[in-house]
Design a protein around this ligand. Structure first.
Ligand code: DGJ
Length: 723
């Protein structure tokens, strides 16, 4: 619901449980008044009394200390010296932009963002959009600030469209979205950082005066940081306290952070990284910024995650597999690496079929000259030495086992040792006169070029047409360097990284709509590009190359801050673990992987009888519990970052089933008795655990008894509501 009060000049954006309010200061500047728990009473007309001129702060438009005001949009050039929402170089050499409010519009539903992924509304959703128009009259620039309110999801999304009606301008910063808070100085800032094999570790730090930021500069959202930031009360816990989260629907370079100024105002912001960004905007053209999803929760960090998880699951992910039960698969990568042929793959599939696995995925190595990871990328034609009957021949054999067939691609890359590179050396991201660096022996294809994008669509499409392929693992294994494009003129070279992402989105849009029956899974050396931009096209991501169960507890925990378990590819692999050498029990590996998109990444022919039995039981449980993990509500009860036992609790959509996943990964000898208090149950309902009955109030206030008496003794406890 969106309301504008003419008298108070306040826009009130309400969801079922939250309010976001914007006031028009003297009908000129949109001011951020409030974001938080739903307000019952209208905002008082006195909302503006508190703002006054601060010493030494330039007075914009003769009267406003914009350096201190909580502004909804703040371009560079006036008195506000904080991180700005926009900046440009104009044809007269000026870099100053100054905006005034011009008007508003409230519409039903949500407009699509041209060329960009974004949340969407479905028929029956209570979604409205507020558009505030701001103008720079001197430069003839218009800024449309979009606010879409998803009532039932308790979500607001924001983005900005920049329209140039004046002379050509060079955009330098199109960050777009910031939320300015007063009264939140004693807060923490949370983000997710890491590296390959340890993605999305939770980093929580006090907000201190000045600017604290995270970013990506490598052409993908990256494993270093995730395009997400949260501000929370210092004493907020998993399930208590105020939390404000911002997540960007974008897969490229981003910038996010918080800036606490000297007047107690925290500016939180998220958008495309201004670092080395440029975009030439000619007269009559517009630029659309990516969308930010904004979540407020008064139910702590888990509350924030439940809202993010739900909107992403239901209104970011799309297509046939959004709501469908996904696959229980086996992938040959860690079983064979490059040492495979058709017979070996069929043997692996046969054994997997015996335990109930329904999909065989053939990973890297099936194409071109791909003898190892130094050659072949770019040439998407079968290698006869490994696949004498082609992809269609192997696919048929897998289908004959009554299994689906899936295939790996890395379409955005090329090896110098490939036919594609020999024919098109200028198709890579590179800068004239400089030796392009290789990572894993490969270069990045220049997806800012239409001819390159067309090639990818047709080469991948040709293979997908050729056989009954029902799953694609879309890999991407390097970050960008020496960025430049052979096609663009010198003055447009600063556009390459954003153009690349737009190219990638157009390729994905074409392929996913041409092949609606294929389940696409994203991968970037594991989880190096795990973001809502990608999830819009591919509803699941290979969470990490690190398949060690202990490390995975942490990786999945951090990932769940924003992204639902239904989006996390999670497989059981062999021990000692190939990434870190640790040995964990087979049932622990199953218990950790089972809540994600479950599968195996090993040769089951090499497993013991007991392990096969455990694997079989895990597949059964996965089918029984998958809906609860993937569509239910997550309550993180204990964090692996500050306890020795991580605990996740899931409540099914119909509230009848509760699963408690207990993951001790560090043993306490002769451990003290432990009680795990549950969350989100019905106080007056009765629940049953292994035939024993407990009240919901008892389980939440006293908890379930747990003994940490054996190293790595993980458990999944099923609780059923009985009345
Ligand atoms: C990196 C991925 O993360 C792995 O799962 C595997 O697909 C390899 N690439 C194959 O080269």
């Amino acid at each position: 619901m969106i309301d504008f009060n003419e008298k108070t000049k306040v826009f009130t954006l309400s969801t079922n449980n939250t309010t976001y309010a914007i006031g028009l200061l003297d009908n000129v500047l949109p001011i951020h008044i409030y974001w938080g728990k739903k307000l019952i009473n209208p905002i008082s007309e006195n909302w503006k009394d508190r703002y006054y001129a601060r010493s030494l702060s330039p007075l914009d438009y003769g009267k406003y200390s914009t350096n201190y005001l909580p502004l909804e949009f703040s371009p560079y050039g006036g008195g506000d010296s904080r991180v700005s929402s926009f900046s440009a170089l104009y044809s007269d050499g000026s870099r100053v932009t100054k905006v005034k409010y011009k008007g508003y519009e409230i519409t039903f539903g949500k407009p699509e963002l041209e060329g960009l992924p974004a949340t969407y509304a479905e028929k029956g959703d209570k979604v409205k959009t507020l558009t505030l128009t701001l103008v720079d009259e001197l430069k003839n620039m218009e800024f449309l600030l979009y606010y879409s309110v998803f009532e039932e999801f308790d979500i607001i999304t924001r983005s900005v469209k920049i329209i140039n009606n004046g002379d050509t301008a060079k955009l330098h910063n199109v960050l777009g979205v910031n939320v300015d808070f007063f009264g939140a100085q004693s807060s923490d800032v949370i983000h997710l950082d890491g590296a390959w094999a340890r993605e999305r570790a939770v980093a929580r730090n006090p907000i201190v005066p000045g600017n604290q930021s995270i970013e990506s500069r490598i052409g993908a959202s990256s494993a270093y940081h995730n395009p997400f930031i949260a501000v929370c009360e210092r004493n907020a816990t998993e399930n208590r306290g105020d939390v404000y989260g911002l997540n960007l629907v974008y897969s490229g370079n981003f910038y996010a952070g918080v800036e606490l100024n000297s007047y107690g105002c925290i500016r939180s912001y998220i958008g495309i990284n201004p670092h080395e960004f440029e975009w030439i905007l000619e007269k009559g053209r517009s630029f659309q910024t990516p969308e930010a999803i904004l979540v407020y929760s008064d139910e702590g960090l888990s509350g924030m995650s439940r809202r993010f998880n739900k909107i992403i699951r239901k209104r970011v992910c799309r297509g046939k597999y959004r709501d469908a039960e996904r696959f229980a698969l086996i992938n040959n990568w860690e079983a064979t690496y490059f040492d495979f042929n058709e017979d070996k793959i069929v043997e692996i599939a046969k054994k997997a079929k015996e335990i109930g696995v329904d999909t065989m995925v053939l990973d890297d190595g099936w194409f071109g000259r791909r003898k190892d990871d130094t050659s072949g990328l770019g040439d998407w034609v079968e290698m006869p030495e490994r696949l004498p009957n082609g992809i269609d021949g192997l696919c048929k054999k897998i289908n004959d086992l009554d299994m689906r067939f899936g295939l790996w691609f890395e379409p955005e890359m090329v090896n110098p040792d490939s036919e594609l590179f020999e024919n098109h050396p200028d198709w890579i991201i590179h800068t004239k006169g400089r030796e392009p660096s290789k990572t894993r022996g490969q270069y990045t294809l220049d997806l800012s070029r239409k001819d390159v994008c067309d090639y990818i669509v047709s080469a991948v499409g040709a293979i997908l047409k050729k056989a009954n392929i029902e799953y694609v693992k879309w890999d991407m294994n390097r970050y960008m360097s020496e960025v430049g494009s052979a096609l663009l003129p010198a003055e447009n070279q600063g556009e390459v990284m954003h153009r690349y992402i737009l190219g990638l989105y157009s390729v994905l849009e074409q392929l996913t709509s041409k092949f609606p029956n294929v389940l696409f899974e994203a991968c970037a050396s594991g989880g190096s590009r795990y973001d809502c931009g990608i999830l819009y096209y591919m509803p699941q991501v290979w969470t990490s190359d690190d398949t060690d169960a202990v490390e995975r507890i942490k990786i999945q925990y951090g990932t769940s801050f924003v992204y639902p378990y239904s989006s996390m590819g999670a497989h059981v692999s062999a021990c000692p673990n190939h990434q870190i050498g640790r040995t964990t029990p087979f049932d622990m590996r199953c218990n950790v992987a089972i809540s994600g998109q479950f599968g195996f990444e090993l040769d089951l022919n090499k497993c013991s009888k007991e392990e096969i039995e455990t694997a079989k039981k895990a597949v059964e449980n996965y089918h029984k519990w998958g809906e609860v993990f993937h569509k239910g509500d997550l309550y993180r009860l204990r964090s692996p970052f500050d306890t020795t036992t991580a605990v996740n609790q899931f409540i099914s959509e119909d509230k009848q089933t509760v699963l408690v996943c207990i993951y001790p990964y560090s043993l306490i000898p002769n451990a003290p008795d432990d009680y795990i208090k549950l969350e989100g149950l019905e106080e007056d309902a009765i629940y049953e655990i292994d035939g024993k009955r407990f009240g919901g109030d008892y389980l939440m206030n006293m908890g379930i008894w747990h003994k940490n008496d054996l190293e790595y003794k993980t458990q999944i406890i099923e609780i059923k509501k009985v009345n």
